[in-house]
Unconditional design. Structure first.
Length: 325
């Protein structure tokens, strides 16, 4: 095992798949000459040249559409958005074209494309640069949505996404690109739609994904000092969701807390709550608690932003509440 950064894991996944398959290419703002806005494509222009690592204008609608259209000619594009906030400019191409081409062509045209880039907040970037759209995209039939939380998962899942014959939304975080983790030297691909139990426990299940799961780890460490055992499930893939892993854990712990960096109305944790009460209601010994951001646009003020974001303290309070402590 090597220890590498999240950005390096992303770069390795893309580079290995481009070496493996000449139909794979990368396009987006600053991905080539600048080595990527977050240096996630460092060195790729030098290796693959300007025909396969393509700098684009600031026009997400345009290059998103070019990427989708190129799948119909046999290409497998990776489209990088500098942030998924900017994907809203090109969301018509994702929702109305990429997600529907296979069905509307009667299966004649698969759409093997990956849209990737940062999601959610990244510090004091203001309301229009701090939004989480996982549930928006997961609400769309035809799209797969992946949100890794560490370098190992990022590399294995990105390789799977690039090989997938359907459109995949691959969401990262600006605050994770420098995170380090162990990644194997050899080839590996992780299956899409399989959650991972990051920590086994007996008293309560905590489900989360993406960078906010770090707050669950902090909370679990503190709760362990009080003899409370938390089982932490990293969804990794929001759609398709690994319902089985969640249900089996709830059957064991009988309590559920969901941690998600998103607005509280109609989000991923809302769907999990419904599925759990519908499938394993009789195993629950307490109401499900979901922890989300405040129901406002993200504030710029550091004091307000700290209050707006979920944190380990919120998780500790929720766990103790479901345990009636």
């Amino acid at each position: 095992m090597r220890t590498i950064q999240f950005r390096e894991a992303v770069c390795e996944a893309m580079s290995e798949e481009m070496r493996r398959d000449a139909s794979v290419y990368l396009m987006g703002e600053e991905v080539a000459e600048y080595n990527g806005a977050y240096k996630a494509s460092k060195g790729m222009l030098d290796e693959f040249g300007p025909d396969r690592v393509i700098d684009t204008p600031i026009a997400e609608l345009g290059f998103g559409g070019i990427g989708v259209g190129s799948t119909m000619t046999g290409c497998r594009p990776i489209v990088e958005y500098m942030t998924f906030n900017f994907s809203l400019v090109g969301i018509d191409q994702i929702i109305n074209n990429a997600a529907k081409i296979r069905q509307m062509s009667g299966g004649q045209f698969p759409c093997p494309i990956v849209f990737r880039g940062p999601t959610a907040s990244a510090g004091q970037l203001g309301a229009t640069h701090s939004q989480a759209f996982e549930n928006w995209f997961a609400n769309t039939p035809g799209l797969k949505v992946i949100v890794p939380s560490n370098p190992y998962d990022a590399k294995g899942l990105l390789k799977a996404a690039i090989r997938d014959n359907d459109p995949v939304i691959f969401m990262e975080s600006e605050q994770m690109y420098g995170d380090k983790g162990e990644v194997p030297d050899g080839e590996y691909v992780l299956p899409i739609g399989v959650a991972d139990i990051k920590r086994e426990g007996t008293d309560v299940t905590i489900v989360s994904f993406g960078k906010i799961i770090k707050e669950a780890y902090k909370a679990a460490d503190e709760l362990a000092k009080e003899g409370i055992s938390c089982e932490i499930i990293d969804l990794r893939t929001v759609r398709p969701m690994d319902h089985k892993a969640i249900m089996e854990s709830v059957k064991k712990t009988n309590r559920l807390v969901i941690l998600e960096e998103a607005w509280p109305f109609g989000n991923v944790s809302t769907e999990i709550t419904y599925q759990v009460q519908e499938q394993v209601f009789d195993y629950l010994d307490a109401p499900i608690i979901k922890i989300n951001t405040a129901d406002t646009p993200a504030p710029y003020s550091p004091v307000l932003l700290e209050e707006w974001l979920p944190n380990s303290g919120d998780v500790i309070k929720a766990v103790k509440k479901v345990l009636y402590r």
